[in-house]
Write a protein that binds this ligand. Structure first.
Ligand SMILES: Nc1ncnc2c1ncn2[C@@H]1O[C@H](COP(=O)(O)OP(=O)(O)OP(=O)(O)O)[C@@H](O)[C@H]1O
Length: 203
């Protein structure tokens, strides 16, 4: 197993959002998180990524196996596409494999300042960090936002190759990505709303 969540509760701003979440993700497989806007998909991913503490429960995953791709692309606007990838390669202590430019369709944009990229190009650059980092467990928050159909298909192929090589992924997405992946519906884990109570007013 590459990631196990047991009786996990997560919240935002001191308010519980999801309670008793249970799942495991085996090597070579992906889990798709589904749920309405605001249910807590991002919060769950942030918790899995150790960016915030769980309210309760346990997460089992080696920290060094993880990489989190958030809504924000994490792109440095003042650096070129190639410099961005070289920067990340250094951060992750890996050689920069030139194949990543082809995989994420960035070959023609190598020298471009990242700040001048279109939203979809910027997203491809942000996702290319996954190809550079060499991490086993990908935590992906709406990875296909801004991507055109061809880019979505290309990213799906990247995901499949990652899984085929023994990697795994947890993906929050509203689109039908990786049709064969397990799906976790979060609605049953929605935390009960605790009604606000008030004492009698001082009159
Ligand atoms: N920094 C914050 N402080 C307080 N509450 C927050 C904060 N960020 C998000 N929230 C709230 O936490 C709840 C869960 O948000 P989250 O982003 O995890 O949902 P989501 O399922 O990913 O939604 P979406 O499908 O819209 O991306 C929402 O009600 C949101 O308004």
């Amino acid at each position: 197993m590459s990631l196990i969540a047991s009786d996990l509760s997560v919240g935002r701003g001191g308010r519980p959002l999801l309670e008793g979440v249970e799942f495991s993700v085996a090597k070579g497989t992906a889990l798709v998180l589904r749920g309405a806007n605001g249910i807590g998909k991002t919060t769950l991913l942030r918790t899995l990524a150790s960016l915030q503490e769980p309210l309760a429960g346990r997460i089992e995953v080696p920290r060094e196996d993880l990489i989190y791709a958030s809504h924000a692309d994490g792109v440095k606007a003042a650096l070129s596409v190639e410099e961005n990838l070289a920067f990340w390669a250094e951060i992750y202590g890996r050689p920069l494999d030139g194949a990543v430019f082809t995989t994420f369709d960035l070959e023609d944009l190598r020298g471009r300042l990242a700040g001048t990229l279109s939203a979809g190009q910027k997203r491809r650059l942000g996702l290319a960090r996954l190809g550079v980092a060499g991490r086993q467990v990908w935590l992906l928050d709406e990875p296909t936002v801004s991507l055109d159909r061809a880019s979505v298909a290309a990213f799906e192929a990247v995901l499949r190759a990652h899984l085929a090589s023994g990697g795994s992924a947890v993906i929050a997405t509203h689109i039908d990505l990786l049709g064969e992946a397990d799906v976790l519906e979060l609605e049953p884990f929605r935390a009960a709303v605790v009604p606000e109570t008030a004492d009698e007013a001082f009159l």
